[in-house]
Design a binder for this molecule. Structure first.
Ligand SMILES: Cc1ncc(C[n+]2csc(CCOP(=O)(O)OP(=O)(O)O)c2C)c(N)n1
Ligand SMILES: [Mg+2]
Length: 383
């Protein structure tokens, strides 16, 4: 089982030093800037001030938050949770490359991007509790975050559906002539087998829409390995069949993910069309709180990927440059833990969602049938 799972994973260090231009590295190579020891193997281009440290902080925060949320699920306090453990580099490196005006259509593991863009921590936590502190009033299953101010749109659970939503939003920006606005669409390796993948990729290329697709190839779709998902050599190469560039990036190298996605975003913003990026990574935990990966995969492979942990790698790179140290990390994690505990306490104290909200926020003018039901509820006929 474990052996077949590795056939499409490549070797994260094989193409080290391949060059600065991920478009030249192409869909069969692997764009990497920093190797698993934190050593720079290709020159890291100039980054916005403070970005590299902020990326480490955001990854550390997400790892801590994921663990706390998983604990809440184990304690029966929330119903479900899916962590991004091991994939934080691909999540935050890609997410940080977008701008405020862009619209983002995530899959299951990108919640950290919503926080990065300003979603309130309490709203993130409340979405998982589904109580009255949740602005979406418990109408989605946990981890289906949406945050209007940060243009972060909730996924729909059916795999791949967000790809068509993203393609449509990018087309809309184009038709409306919204120069400077682009769209980001995330998906997993498993989602490349969905109908929406074909529809979204095809029409984004036909229309040359301003969109960047980011595929997190974490090598598993629950218990189905990537090798059972496609006969293509890589996921990135599929993009070429649709007529768009496909990039393949070391997904555990947060800086490589940022640089590649930023180049793709700039390209889309210039009106030069879509790009598909495969971030090669590994899901260190279970698919979700309902999963036990030891039942279907060889966990010794997970051990080799622990050594490629994106947090350790980026931390080592920053420490070598004198921009991070143990004390800073300890202080940061202590403060993060405090913020998370306080937010959980506030959210958990909120009331359940009021049953009357079943009738609100959907229709500007509710139809007669719903008005009738709301009246009957108010008169306690339905309780
Ligand atoms: C249409 C559909 N079929 C099956 C499922 C059940 N399901 C939920 S997540 C998932 C696997 C997704 O794998 P991938 O796209 O690789 O994303 P990952 O979970 O690895 O991030 C499946 C099969 C679903 N949600 N929708
Ligand atoms: Mg997957």
């Amino acid at each position: 089982m474990g052996k077949s799972a590795t056939s499409k994973q490549g070797n994260a260090s094989k193409s080290a030093g391949a060059g600065l231009d991920p478009y030249e590295v192409g869909p069969l190579g692997l764009f990497q800037l920093v190797d698993e020891n934190g050593t720079e193997v290709a020159e890291v281009p100039a980054l916005p001030d403070g970005l590299a440290v902020r990326l480490l902080e955001a990854m550390l925060f997400q790892r801590a938050l994921d663990q706390r949320m998983l604990n809440l699920q184990r304690q029966g306090r929330i119903g479900f949770y899916g962590t991004a453990k091991g994939q934080e580099g691909a999540v935050l490196g890609s997410g940080a490359a977008f701008e405020e005006q862009d619209w983002l259509f995530p899959a299951l593991r990108e919640g950290a991007i919503a926080l990065w863009r300003g979603m309130k921590l309490e709203h993130y936590i409340a979405q998982c509790f589904g109580n009255s502190a949740d602005p979406t009033q418990g109408r989605q299953m946990p981890c289906h975050y949406s945050d209007a101010p940060s243009h972060y749109v909730s996924l729909s659970s059916p795999i791949g559906t967000q790809i068509s939503h993203a393609a449509g939003a990018a087309r809309a920006a184009q038709v409306k002539g919204e120069a400077g606005r682009i769209v980001g669409g995330w998906l997993g390796d498993g989602a490349t087998s969905s109908n929406d993948f074909h529809a979204g990729m095809n029409f984004s290329a036909v229309w040359q829409s301003p969109i960047v697709y980011v595929c997190q190839n974490n090598q598993w779709a629950i218990s189905v390995p990537a090798s059972a998902q496609t006969a293509s050599e890589t996921f990135a190469v599929k993009a070429n069949a649709y007529g768009m560039p496909g990039l393949r990036v070391d997904g555990n190298d947060v800086l490589a993910c940022y640089v590649a996605t930023k180049m793709a975003a700039d390209r889309a913003r210039r009106g030069d069309g879509p790009t598909f990026i495969e971030c090669l990574t590994f899901r260190l935990g279970g698919h979700s709180s309902s999963d036990d990966p030891s039942k279907y995969r060889d966990e010794t492979i997970a051990k080799t990927w622990e050594a490629r942990d994106p947090l350790l790698r980026h931390r080592a790179w920053l420490v070598a440059r004198g921009e991070w140290d143990d004390k800073r990390q300890d202080d940061f994690l202590a403060e993060a833990g405090k913020q998370i505990s306080e937010a959980i306490a506030r959210v958990e104290a909120a009331e359940p969602v009021a049953v009357e909200t079943l009738f609100t926020d959907v229709w500007a003018e509710p139809p007669t049938m719903l008005k009738d039901q709301a009246d009957r509820l108010a008169n306690e006929e339905m309780i």
